[in-house]
Design a protein around this ligand. Structure first.
Ligand code: PLP
Length: 402
């Protein structure tokens, strides 16, 4: 008999982390690898945030944090929601978590009964379906429209809702596509939900601040306030604040749900790192000007990568409004042969070819629930990004029709 629970057979390890690990392995073996697989900014955590952590340690603030998070951080989170999203939450309606990922996981664990359905627009961030499965729920996928900026159409959403639907997950801007849903788009989704009061919305706003072309941001509880009573807003410091390793996320929503999530947290991780929480206060309350500076750099990289990839044989990609990913349509390379005669039958074959031939690590679309595409992250040094895109272009140029 296996030591591993049979329920785990339904779940896969995160493919993006697996590809990053494979790229690191090849690099250790001496290959020249450029990894476009991981979703983390290459910028250092800003100085004032690091200083706040050092100060916390020097002042002995190194013990367990109170359940739910440091009161100072929960208050800073409320100020953030008021200032940036015009949302009024009390500290008791917030929860500090170990990354945004824990907030999402706690929400699933705290709310799902066997058979409960969770609607996940595809393509999706890799962890949503497996978190739903771990919590005993059933993921229900709804394809977005790649020809219309990967938008979730009200018709497709309405068709997916059943009496067992408990959640709709929104990820705005989205990973892997970078698609941004504006206030009108959010209101169109809300109109569908008006007829289905059993459906709650879990919005993952982790890329809220990574926006381009002067776009403004709305979260659904702000665009459709009538849904606030059944919305969990999840956010965190990993991406815009360059704090992936600090592991600070947060959620805000109705107290009954927050209390249930807190109960699960109390029996699992206890609390997020206290030192990181003090850094989080400095991040939310401190100078925000670095965010715009980073976005200017990300936008230049986005445009550079788009220009090279859109000149590559068989690739096509539209301009996304946020996050730091491109989700590239690679339909045009399917059916071709690599220089050593291997057929490219799907997007996984293509990313394998990119890694083997050119040392470029990207993630195949099947991992995100929509093929044939592949995802690159452009959160890496511009020169490396340019070199990687040129290598992809070369790899495409070397493919032959079968
Ligand atoms: N949500 C999305 C869409 C993400 O892309 C990520 C990280 O890649 C997360 C959540 C998790 O973020 P964190 O590092 O805060 O746990």
């Amino acid at each position: 008999m296996s030591i591993v629970a049979s329920s785990l057979a339904r779940i896969k390890a995160s493919p993006t982390r697996a590809i990053s690990a494979r790229a690191t392995e090849l690099e250790r073996a001496g290959r020249d690898i450029i990894a476009l697989a991981a979703g983390e900014p290459d910028f250092d955590t800003p100085r004032h945030i690091r200083d706040a952590a050092v100060e916390a340690m020097d002042q002995g603030k190194t013990r367990y944090a109170p359940q739910g998070g440091l009161p100072e951080l929960r208050e800073a989170i409320c100020r953030k929601f008021k200032r940036e999203n015009a949302l009024d939450y009390t500290p008791a309606q917030t929860l500090v978590t170990t990354g945004g990922k824990e907030a999402l996981y706690l929400a699933m664990m705290a709310s799902l009964d066997p058979g409960d359905e969770v609607i996940i627009p595809a393509p999706y961030w890799v962890s949503y379906p497996d978190m739903v499965l771990l919590a005993g729920g059933t993921p229900v996928f709804v394809d977005t429209n790649p020809e219309r900026g990967f938008s979730l159409t009200p018709e497709a959403l309405a068709a997916a809702i059943t009496p067992r639907t408990k959640w709709l997950i929104l990820n705005n801007p989205g990973n892997p596509t970078g698609a941004l849903i504006d206030a009108d788009g959010l209101r169109a989704i809300a109109r569908v939900l008006h007829a289905h009061p059993q459906v709650w919305v879990m919005t993952d706003d982790i890329y809220e601040h990574v926006l381009y072309d002067g776009a403004s941001y709305h979260t659904i509880a702000q665009a459709a306030p009538e849904l606030a009573g059944r919305t969990l807003t999840v956010n965190g410091l990993s991406k815009a604040y360059c704090m992936t390793g600090w592991r600070i996320g947060f959620a805000a929503g109705p107290k009954q749900l927050i209390d249930a999530m807190t109960k699960v947290q109390s029996q699992s991780t206890s609390c997020a790192s206290t030192i990181s929480q003090w850094a989080g206060v400095a991040a939310l309350d401190g100078d925000q000007s670095f965010i715009a500076k980073h976005n200017t750099i990300f936008q230049e990289r986005r445009d550079l990568a788009l220009s090279i990839l859109n000149q590559s044989n068989g690739l096509r990609c539209a301009k996304p409004g946020g996050a730091f990913y491109l989700y590239v349509d690679c339909r045009g390379v399917l059916g071709k042969l690599t220089p050593d005669g291997k057929p490219i039958g799907n997007d996984e074959d293509f990313v394998t070819h990119l890694l083997d031939r050119e040392g470029v690590a990207a993630v195949h679309g099947a991992a995100f629930g929509m093929s044939p595409f592949f995802r690159i992250s452009y959160a890496l040094a511009t020169e490396q990004l340019e070199e990687a895109c040129l290598r992809i272009q070369r790899a495409c140029g070397e493919l032959d029709r079968a």
